[in-house]
Design a protein around this ligand. Structure first.
Ligand SMILES: NC(=O)C1=CN([C@@H]2O[C@H](COP(=O)(O)OP(=O)(O)OC[C@H]3O[C@@H](n4cnc5c(N)ncnc54)[C@H](O)[C@@H]3O)[C@@H](O)[C@H]2O)C=CC1
Ligand SMILES: N[C@@H](CC=O)C(=O)O
Length: 355
């Protein structure tokens, strides 16, 4: 008897910039993904806040769903699709092999993302997400839940979007003893500081970041450092296994930084950077924690001094390897979508074939 692999069935919850980029990529690259990675994927469920959740067990027509969303029409008009008024009801009533959670859940509580992810993991369905605050606030719990049920929980694009930071630190450096990291983790803030060094005003530089689609809907999240705090909390939970509360991360934004301070740092040979620091006094996230986000002058020669514009970087100390630096683009919906796609492929590669 020949074994036929059925496609990996995906629930896609969140159909904004990231969700739609991903749906277009899965649609356009369906054949390539199936050939290159040996497993077809099909999106069986799609949800957004306005229209609710739609499901077809054999796969939705992504082109038609995307066309409806782009035209501002409800996604619920898809032929033969079943419809629920909200995503959680749809998830509870249907089946899939993987949840892709790309809603934008607020910093206050991370909902509805946390509930969507718990629902999947409790049913031993793996989760991929780009949604930062659910992971920042509950990353250790969600990872433990995934482990308990023997499935993957991946959040690559929550930190530096499509640049593989989390997989490098958790898989590439598996077996090492990471003790600390420093990083430039917000593309908007870094672009603002870089452009101020080039002579732009704070306002001009921030407007450029907004035009480029890098900034959060409320750019205060970027320039006041909340987004970087979330990323520090995610790194702590997923790389070091230690859940931090928001209050444990000291935060100072870049809103008070003056052009003079930026120029002074540069003329002394250094660079003013919005720096994230995370360190533990003991191994594997134990002991006293130092966690802060603040503008700091980094000296010339520091790997973070050369990180300009939308580029972000992390320098991680992990024994016995030493300092490992990961540099790459830090933001953008297509990059976040790419990070999600790489997580999907990692999970489908690891799943056993099902007849
Ligand atoms: N855009 C970017 O460059 C990056 C985004 N991210 C994160 O990825 C996530 C998605 O980002 P975007 O697509 O840019 O956001 P977006 O605001 O464009 O889209 C969010 C989507 O979530 C849906 N949604 C909200 N509440 C919902 C609910 N209760 N049930 C079902 N759907 C719901 C909205 O209807 C919308 O379709 C966010 O958490 C964001 O922080 C992460 C890295 C980079
Ligand atoms: N607004 C964020 C987007 C990615 O996380 C940033 O500017 O880094």
């Amino acid at each position: 008897m020949t074994r036929t692999q059925r496609p990996v069935r995906i629930w896609l919850v969140g159909f904004g910039m990231v969700g739609r980029w991903l749906a277009s990529a899965l649609d356009a690259q369906a054949e390539r993904i199936a050939t290159r990675y040996g497993r077809a994927v099909t999106v069986v469920g799609v949800g957004n806040a306005r229209d609710g959740f739609i499901y077809h067990p054999d796969g939705l027509d992504l082109g038609s769903t995307l066309a409806a969303a782009s035209a501002g029409r409800p996604i619920t008009d898809q032929p033969a699709a079943r419809v629920w008024p909200n995503a959680i009801d749809g998830l509870r009533a249907t089946e899939a092999d993987l949840l892709v959670e790309v809603t934008a859940s607020p910093a206050a509580h991370g909902e509805p993302g946390v509930t969507h992810m718990r629902e999947a993991l409790q049913r031993a369905i793996p989760v991929v997400t780009s949604n930062k605050w659910p992971v920042a606030l509950h990353g250790a719990e969600l990872s433990a839940l995934a482990e308990r049920h023997g499935v993957a929980f991946r959040a690559e694009s929550t930190v530096m979007s499509g640049t593989p930071v989390l997989s490098t630190l958790t898989e590439g450096l598996a077996g090492t003893a990471p003790s600390a990291l420093r990083g430039v983790l917000n593309a908007t803030a870094n672009l603002v500081l870089s452009q101020m060094a080039n002579g732009l005003s704070y306002e001009q530089a921030l407007a450029e970041a907004q035009r480029a689609g890098l900034a959060e809907r409320d750019p205060a999240a970027d320039v006041e450092g909340h987004d970087t705090v979330a990323k520090v909390m995610i790194l702590s939970a997923l790389v070091f296994g230690r859940q931090l509360s928001r209050e444990q991360v000291t935060r100072h934004g870049i809103t008070e930084v003056t052009a003079r301070q930026v120029r002074q740092a540069a003329s002394a040979g250094g660079r003013l950077r919005h720096l994230a620091t995370l360190a533990f006094s003991g191994p594997d996230g134990t002991g006293t924690v130092t966690a802060r986000v603040q503008p700091e002058v980094v000296p010339a020669g520091d790997p973070l001094a050369g990180i300009d514009g939308v580029t972000n970087a992390v320098v991680c100390q992990a024994g016995p390897v030493g300092a490992v630096t990961i540099i790459g683009p830090g933001a953008g919906p297509e990059l976040a979508g790419q990070g999600v796609l790489s997580d999907i492929i990692a999970i489908t590669n690891a799943q056993p074939a099902v007849s």
